[in-house]
Structure formats: structure tokens, C-alpha cells
Design a protein around this ligand. Structure first.
Ligand code: SRM
Ligand code: SF4
Length: 574
């Protein structure tokens, strides 16, 4: 593997038989497989099994509509196969021109007609039929976008705090998010050849960073600007915490090994917070990004995908060993971490004025789903704004959207449009704004319980409880995921609901407001009614006995309802 592979890893697993995913990546000829043949096959709406995995590394997932799956099978029809396509958008910045193009594609060429903002600062189209895939990529390309490496065993869309207010630090941090994304991208020309009809070149493909077999598992990177932890650093394999002095970025504290997924019933899997490795100067950013990725590439478990992410590699080889290897590969050592604090989480809604006198309007988009509803024409509203907006848009890592860089002269026009189309709604409570759900049914093949379609109604009931205890201006960070993979980041919530079966969830309590503590299982496999019955007395106690500004999660710990999770590798299942 890597020439700079300097020390043999402790508890090496490289001798174990590789998983089947390793075979198809290795045999794929740098991600080509036989995707083009499958595109020409009109007998099925899908791809063969290897290709259906390979297209992920080009940013697509093969799915079907689970609401109508049984009916189709009964009619002896193939499930209604279509693809989800996820765009690459480092730092979540998109221009009005790009927005108009993606909006038109979503309306005219997708089964569901929506644009779905994700928890990783980008957007997805759901429901593209195989025959329309190429035009989707060509359209993205025509406006300077692509979907390379937004899925599969590669470094995914790189997050960056969506804080346009402190323009200078944000601008620099955003540029690093972009550079890291570019640096770690697959270098194969497969995407260009297959989707953009690019010429085959004589030169051989090479993947100096990712290897011809790509990474053992997905890899996630974030750049965060304290005090705002809007990207949830502990969900990422690698985070760069921006350290600024006198308004200028001087370097980053590097955090490694966060991740939130687990599998019900498998105690070798667990959510894990990242470890702080130390401070690096700005000039060493790419060196360290590459060193962490290649260490995980060479030391990650290629035999068992359930234990393949960086968080498990750290636990297996030891944090100090992993860190030393990174230093050896980077050729420089970490310096002691610089102090920083997180005192804000999530998005700051409404208008904010930046240091450069430009205005920024953060809109709450419930569960990130932009669609025209009978009462609220959200998607049309965004188009009307995009037609006149002179700045840009920023997607947040909480499925929301910022209309950024608005000159004072355009504020009123934009705000009026947002109100007219329901993009600003004064009746939305803080509770709703601090709640989040993953996609789940009908498109997610792994969903066990509803999430996106369940949350809005659940919050209505939850709001009634808050009102009953004079807490209507308060909020509790509440997140729902349809299965334990954790796409809605319930494992960093004060109340986390994790789907177990239709209508049944595991209830987790005790995360903190800043996203620095993992919650603990409190009740297992309970119905929605039982969730409400369990939560109501706890909320009542919180209303009566909390300290000033004490969040619900902290109160759950102080009042000994749950014990805090300190080191999830050893105490998450206690
Ligand atoms: Fe996720 C798989 C949706 C963020 C952990 N995720 C999936 C798939 C693709 C299902 C599949 O494999 O077939 C889901 C597609 C549903 C659909 O119909 O759109 C899916 N994940 C999402 C999104 C769209 C949720 C959302 O509501 O916004 C998010 C897209 C992010 C993006 O733009 O790249 C999304 N996924 C996350 C996060 C949160 C984050 O990264 O901040 C996590 C937890 C953090 C982590 O990785 O530990 C997450 N998704 C997973 C996992 C578990 C990975 C693991 O460590 O085992 C899977 C399943 C897998 O990889 O095997 C998964
Ligand atoms: Fe699907 Fe599970 Fe992710 Fe929700 S958490 S989108 S159900 S994989």
C-alpha cells in the first residue's frame, strides 16, 4: 500500500479475508465497472448488483418507492426503481443560477419533484429514472456542479460552518473546505467518461491518496468555526476546528474518529466522539488531511464493514498509535491544542448583518424538503428569490438554507417574497427549528420506522406538552432517525429517537445542547404513545427544577435519569 506506511498497526486485521465490497472496488477498473452497459439495458430500470454499488462512488443510490413496493410485487412488476443523486457542494455554497437549473431538473425530470437539503450541507434529487441519469449529470456539469464522491468509500462532501457573518475567517475556512475536498477527490476519469461522454485517455488512472481499492469505508470531513458547532464535529471522521487570531485564521485543531452509526443488537458498533489530536498551522492542512485519510486507508478494517470506519480503527490500534502514524506520514508533529469553546449549535434564523455590511437571511426548511405544498409554495418561492438574488445561497448542515450576501437595498424585496411563499413563517416554534429527521420512508431502503414524515406531527404534540408546562419559548434538541445508522444525528441530540420497527423507536436521553455528549438508551422499542407518556413527566420535572439556562439533556444527567456516556467504546451499552 502506501510507501509512507511507517509503523505496523497494532491488532492488525489486514490478513483477514476482505469483504465483497473490496472485490468489486478492486475489479471496477477505477470505478468504471460495466455501468455503461447497464445504462444501455432497457429491460430493467436498475443496475446489476456490483454496478448498483459502484454508482454510489459517483454520487447515486439505487432505490425504489417502498410505499408501492408490495403492490408492484403483487402485480408481478419490478419495483419502481429510480436513483437518488447527491450533489457535491463543499461548504454548501450554491449560486442563484445553479439553483434555477437544479430546480428545473427536479420539477421536470424526477419522480418526486422535490429538492431535499441534507444534514451534510448539500441537496439530493430523489426519483431519477436510469434513462435520465446522464442528463442529470450533464445539467450539473453545465452549471459547474458534480456528484463525485458524495457517497461510497471515499471522502464525502466536506462541511464548513455556514457563518457568512465573519466574512474573513469564514471565507478562509470555506476555501480550506474546498481545497480539502479537491485534494481528497478520486482522480479517476470514470465520472467524466461515463456521465459526461468524456474521451478515454491513454494515460493510466492512478489514485495516490485513495488507492485503486478506495477507502475501507465512507469518510467524513468538516471544517468548523467556533463558537458555532453547526456541523456537529463529533459526527465526522476528521474535523478541522478553525483557530483565529485578530480575525485571521492561523490554523486548526484536528479532531479524528467521530461517527454516529450503530447496528441494533451488535455491541461491537456504537456512536463515538472524536479525539483531539492537536493544533496544526494552516499551511499543513492538506498534509494532515492526507495523512489521516491514508492511515485510515491502510489500517482500516477491510474484512468487516461494520467495524471499518475510522472510529473503530482508533479503538483497535489505539489513539496514540494512530496519531503517531499520522505525524510520521505528515512529516511534522501536532502542537498542543489551542483553546476554543462551542456556545452555539444549529442555525441562527432570521436576518444577520455581516462584518462587510451584507445581510444574510437564514430560512427554516422543515426536514430540508423543498416542495410546493398546497399552503406553502416553498419551491416556487426559492425560484422567485433566485431570479432576483445577487448574492449566493448557503445550505446548512441542519437541512436549512441561508440567502447570503443580500445588499441592504434588496432586503425588503427578498423578505416579502419569503413571507409570500411561506419560507418565513412567524408561527414556527423554537422547538420545531431545533428538531431534525432523516429521510427514511419511502425512499431509504434501510428505514425501519418513519422519520421525515413522522416528525412534523410529533412536534405538534410535543409543543403542546411544552406549552402545558410554561415552556413554549424553550426547546429541546430532538432528532429522529428511521434506523440506527443515524443520518439525522439523533446520537448527538438531547432526545434521540431511533427507529426499531414501524411505529416503534428506541428513546435516548442525555445528549447536550452543544453536541458534545452522546445520549444513552433510556427505553427500548416503544410506541409513539409510550414515548409521550415517558417524556411528559421528565419535561414537567425539567420545568420545575432546572437551573438557570440548564438544557434538558444536562438536567437528565444531573437528576440522574440517565448516566452520562463518557467513553462510548466501553460504556455505551452499560
Ligand atoms: Fe446517511 C446510509 C441519507 C447523513 C450515516 N444515508 C444512507 C442512505 C444512503 C441509505 C443507503 O445506504 O441506501 C440514506 C438515503 C436516504 C434517502 O432516501 O435519501 C441516507 N444520510 C442521509 C441523509 C440524506 C439524511 C438527511 O436526512 O439529510 C444525509 C446525507 C448527507 C450528505 O449529504 O452526504 C445523511 N448519514 C448521514 C449522517 C450525518 C452526518 O454525516 O452528519 C450519518 C451519521 C454520521 C456517521 O456517518 O457516523 C449517516 N448513512 C449513514 C450510515 C451508517 C454509516 C456507518 O458508520 O455505519 C448509512 C449506512 C451505511 O453506510 O452502510 C447511511
Ligand atoms: Fe435511512 Fe436509516 Fe439513514 Fe434514516 S438513518 S436515512 S432510515 S439509513
Amino acid at each position: 500500500m502506501h510507501k509512507g506506511h511507517l509503523t505496523p498497526p497494532k491488532n492488525d486485521v489486514s490478513h483477514l479475508p476482505p469483504s465483497d465490497a473490496e472485490r468489486f472496488k478492486r475489479e471496477s477498473n477505477f470505478l468504471r465497472g460495466t455501468i455503461t452497459q447497464d445504462l444501455d439495458n432497457n429491460i430493467t430500470g436498475g443496475f446489476n448488483s456490483d454496478n448498483s454499488q459502484l454508482i454510489r462512488l459517483h454520487g447515486m443510490y439505487q432505490q425504489d418507492d417502498r410505499d408501492i413496493r408490495a403492490e408492484r410485487i403483487e402485480q408481478k412488476l419490478e419495483p419502481l426503481i429510480h436513483m437518488m443523486l447527491r450533489c457535491r457542494l463543499p461548504g454548501g455554497i450554491i449560486t442563484p443560477k445553479q439553483w434555477l437549473a437544479i430546480d428545473q431538473f427536479a420539477s421536470e425530470e424526477t419522480f418526486y419533484g422535490s429538492i431535499r437539503l441534507t444534514t451534510r450541507q448539500t441537496f439530493q434529487f430523489h426519483g431519477i429514472f436510469k434513462r435520465d441519469l446522464k442528463s442529470a449529470h450533464q445539467l450539473l456539469n453545465s452549471v459547474g456542479l458534480d456528484s463525485i464522491a458524495t457517497a461510497g468509500d471515499v471522502n464525502r462532501n466536506v462541511l464548513c460552518t455556514s457563518n457568512p457573518i465573519e466574512s474573513e475567517v469564514h471565507q478562509q475556512a470555506y476555501q480550506w473546505a474546498s481545497k480539502i475536498s479537491e485534494h481528497l477527490l478520486p482522480k479517476t476519469r470514470a465520472y467524466i467518461e461515463i456521465w459526461l461522454d468524456g474521451k478515454k485517455l491513454e494515460t493510466k488512472d492512478e489514485e495516490p491518496i485513495l488507492s485503486s481499492q478506495y477507502l475501507p469505508r465512507k469518510f467524513k470531513t468538516a471544517v468548523v468555526i467556533p463558537p458555532l458547532n453547526d456541523v456537529d464535529v463529533h459526527a465526522n471522521d476528521l474535523s478541522f476546528v478553525a483557530i483565529a487570531e485578530h480575525g485571521k485564521l492561523i490554523g486548526f485543531n484536528v479532531l479524528v474518529g467521530g461517527g454516529l452509526a450503530m447496528t441494533h443488537g451488535d455491541k461491537t458498533t456504537y456512536p463515538r466522539k472524536a479525539d483531539d489530536f492537536g493544533f496544526i498551522p494552516v499551511s499543513a492542512t492538506l498534509l494532515f488531511a492526507e495523512a489521516v485519510v491514508t492511515t485510515q486507508r491502510d489500517w482500516g478494517n477491510r474484512s468487516n464493514r461494520k467495524n471499518a470506519k475510522t472510529k473503530y480503527t482508533l479503538e483497535r490500534v489505539g489513539v496514540e498509535n494512530f496519531k503517531r502514524e499520522v505525524e510520521l506520514r505528515a512529516g511534522i508533529s501536532f502542537l498542543p491544542s489551542k483553546p476554543y469553546t462551542f456556545n452555539q449549535r444549529g442555525d441562527q434564523f432570521g436576518w444577520l448583518k455581516g462584518v462587510d455590511n451584507q445581510w444574510h437571511l437564514t430560512l427554516f426548511i422543515e426536514n430540508g424538503r423543498l416542495l410546493d405544498y398546497p399552503q406553502k409554495q416553498l419551491k416556487t418561492g426559492m425560484v422567485e428569490i433566485a431570479k432576483i438574488h445577487q448574492g449566493d445561497f448557503r445550505l446548512t448542515a441542519n437541512q436549512n438554507l441561508i440567502i447570503a450576501n443580500v445588499p441592504a437595498s434588496q432586503k425588503t424585496t427578498i423578505e416579502n417574497l419569503a413571507i409570500t411563499y411561506g419560507l418565513i413563517d412567524k408561527n414556527i416554534t423554537s422547538q420545531r427549528k431545533n428538531s431534525m429527521a432523516c429521510v427514511s420512508f419511502p425512499t431509504c431502503p434501510l428505514a425501519m420506522a418513519e422519520a421525515e414524515r413522522f416528525l412534523p406531527g410529533f412536534i405538534t404534540t410535543f409543543e403542546q406538552i411544552l406549552t402545558k408546562y410554561q415552556l413554549s419559548d424553550e426547546y429541546i434538541i430532538l432528532r429522529v432517525t428511521g434506523c440506527p445508522n443515524g443520518c439525522g444525528r439523533a446520537m448527538l441530540a438531547e432526545i434521540g429517537l431511533v427507529g426499531k420497527a414501524p411505529g416503534r423507536y428506541n428513546l435516548y436521553l442525555g445528549g447536550d445542547r452543544m453536541g458534545t455528549r452522546i445520549p444513552r438508551l433510556y427505553r427500548e422499542n416503544i410506541t409513539v404513545e409510550e414515548i409521550i407518556q415517558t417524556l411528559e413527566p421528565l419535561i414537567e420535572n425539567w420545568s420545575l427544577s432546572r437551573n438557570h439556562d440548564e438544557g434538558f439533556g444536562d438536567f437528565m444527567i444531573r437528576s440522574k435519569v440517565v448516566e452520562p456516556v463518557i467513553n462510548s467504546a466501553s460504556d455505551f451499552y452499560r
